[in-house]
Design a binder for this molecule. Structure first.
Ligand code: NAD
Length: 297
């Protein structure tokens, strides 16, 4: 079994590392947030005080960080992965980041003799806990195959998307569709209630009808219906509005750079931006329902 360094032990990194440990691997962890590091240590991650110490002598480094800026700092910083890992170490970034940052990391890794894979994931914290995430792997075929071996205990699906940055491209399109679906769930839920339907009865209809979606079955923004919904816990975050806003922003930027009109995504992006601007960026993104029913949350 392998030794893996994991940088970024938040909502996703915590359960993902638990599954790596369950798969028999040793995991070295580092996070700037002491609480996140302690929570991972309680599940068997060996805590380290710096990236330099965490990556020393490991077989692979995984990163699970909020945005492109964080990923670049973790790889490129003086205390970072490129400076302190041995070039034989496989590097895998599972964060969702912009394509330009991902390309830069691929290019720098290659120039310094590392194998690097962009490997964003889908499935939320419930999929992370269950070890059923979908991974989208972009990079050189030998690096992708090496990464797939480590990813196995965390995943339900491993999809080779193609060349460097193609994993991020797939993830950006996927999350744009997810967030549009979530906004649709919010509108449908409030309208159904105001038409006098029992919320559970309406959900029972939609979930076996043509309105079914992952957002409906996992994040339905009404309390007491879907076990994994943040609405059951006053919208404490599973996926923050900040990160959702980042992701739909990545889609809009990709739309601009490819001359692709994304009118529906633009509406959802404006709603998420408003949540962030009103100080709700740290709450769950399913609080987008507040746009339809301001009394919620
Ligand atoms: P999170 O904010 O809960 O966790 C990120 C962690 O990274 C935090 O603990 C933070 O302290 C740490 N961090 C930031 N900068 C660091 C640095 N320089 N060095 C060390 N640690 C650092 O975010 P999350 O929800 O776990 O999401 C992580 C990534 O996965 C994001 O890109 C997100 O878009 C993506 N993602 C999230 C979900 C979800 O449902 N939460 C699902 C799929 C993908």
């Amino acid at each position: 079994m392998a030794t893996i360094a994991w940088i970024g032990l938040g909502h996703m990194g915590n359960p993902m590392t638990a599954n790596l440990i369950g798969g028999g691997h040793t995991v070295h962890g580092f996070d700037l947030d002491r609480t996140a590091l302690d929570a991972a240590a309680a599940k068997g991650v060996k805590p380290f005080g710096s990236i330099a110490d965490a990556v020393r002598g490991v077989d692979a480094v995984f990163t699970m960080l909020p945005k492109g800026d964080h990923a670049r700092a973790v790889y490129e910083g003086d205390d970072g992965v490129f400076a302190h890992a041995d070039p034989s170490t496989l590097l895998v970034d599972s964060s969702t980041i912009d394509i330009d940052s991902a390309k830069l990391l691929h290019d720098t890794a290659r120039a310094r003799g590392f194998r690097f894979v962009d490997a964003p994931v889908s499935g939320g914290i419930s999929g992370a806990a269950a070890g059923t995430l979908t991974f989208m792997l972009g990079g050189e075929p030998d690096a992708v195959e090496a990464a797939a071996v480590f990813i196995d205990p965390m995943s339900g699906n491993i999809i080779r998307t193609g060349a460097a940055t193609s994993g991020q491209a797939a993830k950006i399109c996927n999350n744009m569709m997810l967030l549009i679906n979530l906004a649709a769930c919010a509108e449908g839920a409030v309208l159904a209630e105001r038409l006098g339907l029992d919320p559970t009865v309406f959900w029972n209809v939609a979930s076996v009808s043509s309105a079914d979606s992952w957002a409906l079955r996992t994040w339905y923004p009404v309390p007491g219906i879907v076990e994994t919904s943040a609405a059951n816990h006053d919208f404490a975050p599973t996926f923050t509005a900040d990160l959702a806003n980042k992701d739909i922003g990545l889609a809009l930027r990709a739309g601009e750079s490819t001359d692709t009109p994304l009118p529906t995504a633009a509406i959802v992006a404006a709603q998420l931006q408003e949540l962030v601007d009103s100080g709700l960026g740290g709450r769950d993104c399913s609080l987008i329902i507040k746009h339809i029913d301001p009394a919620v949350g």
